[in-house]
Write a protein that binds this ligand. Structure first.
Ligand code: GLC
Length: 502
């Protein structure tokens, strides 16, 4: 860890006309040699701070622009605040690993190693958690994927919000449909279950749901082992399929990423929800339910979507965040995810524009739910190219009122501020993990719709991670289908580890 050499001095910073104070003597992160040797100047610290600020809103009506910036200032985070978030994150990580009270689950996934190129076999994989449910058949030969068949199934709102038993029976029906279509109904097969929700894992193949997140809220699941429940439903259908591994999508992303590049040590999802996992030293992990004498490192699922649910991030929350939270399926839960996840970015855009409309700074409030993260990406895309016609078309539909060029620029500015904040918060998490791991270079495998579709998010993350962990070289790598391929690879790793056990 290089925290000791990353102090920067205290400095007053103006963010869109608002003064933020960078607390004195904190453990900071400079960028560039001049501020990272402990003797940085106020000028270089100011330059460091400036890089976190979004560009100002420029309108012909300058008083309006200033009022809007003032109204949105609670969404603008300065470097000092982000540094504080990183310090809290680091503390919560430590507490979570020690099984002390923490908003971070820091779940032991029991995945003790990454692919080594010897993975073999035919596997089924299930991917549940995002917008689609998928069943996959994957064949690995000497670590290479030589076959991949995929089928998507729609999960209705009724199933997402109904009983857990109905949901799992549906999942098993889909597996049956899939193996029938593949002509494999009577085959013995191993299955990797990518279940992208927080779990208390008891082993690599068992775990209980802690809470639903995103758009799922099924009843009757408290204390239920989701792998065992799926297994029972499969058996009831006469299928000879064994649930070999239970994993999170971040784990799948890390494993699939490491398969392509052995330097990958962190897996991140920036999609409907957001989360990360990384290779942690096994001795630092308190929660073990089995012998692990020979395990050196283990994948830990952080569940950073819940970061701050214990109140430790109250200083970040704006009135717009509270509005989004109040409208959500699971209020007061996974609050950090509600700042970052694609499920919420459109709602934040809506909340902010509604706030501006209330203050007569925007022509009319968009209807709740009328804007989603695709709109945010569109507004950002147009902003990048200096256009505004599609932004104003979308706003006219969402607000049911005429929208001028300046109004479109205001909405693009809001999108910019929200994108900036999301990129900064996810970057704080990644930077903290990089510093914690202390490797000379680490690659981060990233998957998810926001990462793939948002035109600016990747470059923003590159910039902010470098600012927050200046002494740690990293690369962000777009990961392809961690939930599918990663699941099969993890099943193969589990088989390899089991074969080695005495
Ligand atoms: C939510 C889930 C988490 C998952 C993430 C991304 O935060 O709790 O397990 O990794 O979404 O899908």
């Amino acid at each position: 860890m290089s925290a000791a050499v990353e102090n920067i001095p205290s400095v007053e910073v103006l963010a869109n006309g608002h003064a933020y104070h960078n607390g004195a003597n904190g453990v900071g992160n400079g960028v560039g040699g001049d501020v990272s040797n402990g003797v940085g100047s106020v000028g270089s610290a100011r330059a460091w701070e400036q890089q976190f600020l979004p560009p100002p809103l420029v309108l012909e009506d300058r008083p309006r622009a200033l009022k809007i910036e003032s109204r949105l200032s609670s969404l603008v985070l300065c470097g000092a605040t982000l540094r504080r978030v990183g310090e809290v994150f680091q503390r919560e990580i430590e507490s979570g690993l020690r099984e002390r009270p923490s908003s971070l689950q820091m779940e032991n996934t029991y995945v003790p190693e990454l692919p080594d190129g010897t993975e073999e076999g035919v596997f089924l994989a299930l991917d549940l958690g995002g917008t689609n449910f998928r069943v996959l058949l994957l064949e690995l030969r000497a670590g290479q994927l030589v076959r991949e068949d995929v089928k998507h199934y729609h999960i209705s709102d009724e199933l997402r919000l109904g009983s857990g038993a109905d949901l799992f029976n549906f999942l098993a029906d889909c597996v049956q449909d899939f193996v029938r279509a593949e002509g494999l109904e009577h085959e013995e097969m191993s299955l990797g279950f990518t279940f992208s929700f927080p779990m208390k894992q008891h082993s690599i193949s068992s775990g209980e749901l802690i809470t639903w997140t995103k758009s799922f809220k099924c009843s009757g699941m408290a204390g239920v082992d989701v792998a065992a429940l799926l297994q029972r439903c499969l058996r009831e259908r006469g299928l000879r399929v064994t649930v070999q591994v239970l994993l999170n999508d971040t784990t799948g992303t890390l494993v699939a990423g490491a398969h392509k590049d052995p330097e990958v040590a962190i897996g991140v999802i920036l999609g409907t929800g957001s989360n990360g996992c990384y290779m942690e030293r096994a001795e630092r992990v308190q929660h073990w339910e089995a012998r692990h004498a020979r395990v050196r490192d283990v994948v830990v699922d952080i569940e950073w979507g819940a970061f701050g649910d214990n109140g430790c991030l109250a200083f970040l929350r704006s009135a717009f965040d509270s509005e989004v939270d109040d409208h959500s399926l699971l209020p007061a839960s996974f609050t950090f995810e509600k700042y970052i996840g694609g499920k919420y970015l459109g709602e934040l855009l809506c909340a902010a524009l509604r706030g501006l409309a209330r203050d007569a700074l925007f022509p009319a409030p968009p209807a709740w739910g009328a804007l989603d993260s695709a709109h945010l990406s569109l507004f950002e895309q147009e902003n990048l190219s200096g256009a505004w016609s599609q932004t104003s078309d979308a706003l006219r539909t969402a607000c049911g009122a005429p929208v001028s060029r300046d109004d479109a620029l205001v909405a693009q500015h809001v999108a910019r501020i929200l994108s900036n904040r999301a990129a900064q918060l996810v970057s704080v998490c990644i930077a903290t993990i990089l510093r914690r791991m202390g490797r000379a270079h680490a690659a981060v495998a990233v998957d998810g719709s926001v990462f793939k579709k948002h035109p600016r998010i990747r470059s923003l993350m590159d910039k902010y991670i470098a600012l927050l962990a200046p002494h740690h070289r990293f690369t962000l790598q777009g990961a392809e289908d961690g939930s599918g391929k990663g699941s099969a690879l993890t099943a193969a790793i589990a088989a390899r580890v089991a074969a080695r056990s005495p």
